[in-house]
Design a protein around this ligand. Structure first.
Ligand SMILES: C[S@@+](CC[C@H](N)C(=O)[O-])C[C@H]1O[C@@H](n2cnc3c(N)ncnc32)[C@H](O)[C@@H]1O
Length: 221
């Protein structure tokens, strides 16, 4: 036998209705869906760039790990050879306290990076169309490098044929980076991906590594 009238609490008081019954509205960032997996992100670009993603652009998980290390509050981070801008966009999305810059020699890639950045609504990423020898390294605090000069050695997997490549350019750019990084103060961080750190002067020490040994996290002592 039921002692209490089963519907005595019905309808609930307005206050009770709100407590725990209606899920609070979450602020959803509509761009977040593009950072769920690499295919979703690459979809922002024309098909021929999607097809070279595995070889040429940093995977999302790797970019996130690299940005986590470089994200020292308020830092200005430069991607040396930024391609379609994937590293910068991942950093800007996950670690908005830093500013991300990409320097890229191919105008078409800079063009698509800028379109994607606008589409994703990221205010803290910018792309410079220039050769790395034309940027002022004093303007940046920390650096990301995905073996950008390798195209001078491995001509079979070139992004396109608009850029002159040669073994001597590989040496030249590598030595150039060593010389500008020599001027950076202690505490400067560099992340290299698929590179042994040949661009780094001797006083950069490896602090950690990830994804096997593919991603190396360095700091100047
Ligand atoms: C392997 S892709 C990496 C792209 C991007 N950093 C990423 O992680 O997705 C290397 C990029 O470096 C660019 N690059 C190579 N040498 C360069 C130079 N001397 N100055 C500017 N960009 C360069 C290439 O055009 C290419 O887009």
């Amino acid at each position: 036998m039921i002692n209490a009238y089963p519907y005595s609490l019905f309808p609930p008081e307005p206050e009770a209705r709100q407590r725990n019954i209606i899920a609070p509205l979450k602020k959803i960032n509509p761009a977040a869906c593009f950072f769920r997996n690499d295919a979703a992100f690459d979809w922002l670009y024309p098909e021929h760039f999607q097809l070279m993603s595995l070889r040429q652009w940093t995977p999302l998980a790797v970019a996130k790990k690299a940005a986590e290390y470089l994200n020292v509050k308020g830092a200005r981070i430069l991607d040396i050879g930024s391609g379609i801008g994937k590293f910068c966009m991942v950093g800007a999305h996950h670690y908005p306290d830093s500013e991300y810059f990409g320097v890229e020699q191919r105008h078409e890639l800079v063009h698509y990076a800028r379109i994607a950045k606008k589409y994703l609504g990221l205010d803290n990423a910018s792309f410079i169309h220039a050769n790395i020898t034309q940027v002022n390294f004093h303007e940046f605090d920390h650096f990301y490098f995905y073996n950008s000069f390798y195209e001078n050695i491995d001509r079979e997997n070139a992004i396109d044929d608009t850029i002159e490549t040669s073994y001597s350019l590989y040496d030249y750019y590598t030595r150039y980076l060593q010389s500008v990084l020599k001027d950076k103060p202690p505490g400067t961080r560099v992340v290299t991906y698929q590179s042994l750190g040949e661009i780094l002067p001797n006083d950069f020490k490896q602090a950690d590594q990830s994804f096997g040994t593919l991603l190396r996290l360095w700091i100047r002592e």
